[in-house]
Design a protein around this ligand. Structure first.
Ligand code: NI
Length: 138
């Protein structure tokens, strides 16, 4: 089993705010991420596919196809967007890194199977800051 990864970048604005709570509780729990006028992050997205190399190409997945898939399905929908307001698959959800990584997984998993018969999605790693990141494996 070999693991192959592609890293992409986007920046996006968001706000962490639970409308069922008071403003005070939101500030207490989410700190600056509850700021009512939004704030942004430079996200790094690392998508890892696992499998065995195709004997004809030596590839688990063609990285050009993987890169195009991630850009079309994810980056173009998130880059320079407001995660709370502009992104259809985040509507009605908390705009946390955890939830975003899980939604990215849901979109990519079936689409990766369409570009390779030798690999499948292993993980979605999403860096919100260089020090804060999540990893989702389904
Ligand atoms: Ni934030």
């Amino acid at each position: 089993m070999i693991y192959l990864s592609r890293k992409e970048h986007f920046n996006a604005a968001h706000q962490l705010y639970n409308h069922r709570w008071s403003k005070e509780k939101n500030v207490e729990v989410f700190g600056p991420c509850a700021n009512e006028n939004w704030h942004g992050h430079n996200f790094e997205l690392i998508v890892t596919v696992k499998g065995e190399p195709d004997p004809e190409t030596g590839f688990v997945v063609d990285l050009k196809k993987l890169s195009r898939l991630i850009r079309e399905e994810i980056i173009e929908k998130l880059d320079h967007k407001n995660l709370n307001m502009d992104v259809p698959f985040m509507q009605g959800k908390m705009a946390s890194t955890e939830i975003l990584a899980m939604e990215i997984w849901k979109i990519l998993k079936p689409k990766i199977l369409m570009i390779t018969s030798f690999g499948k999605l292993h993980s979605v790693k999403l860096y919100e800051t260089p020090r804060n990141f999540v990893e989702y494996k389904g």
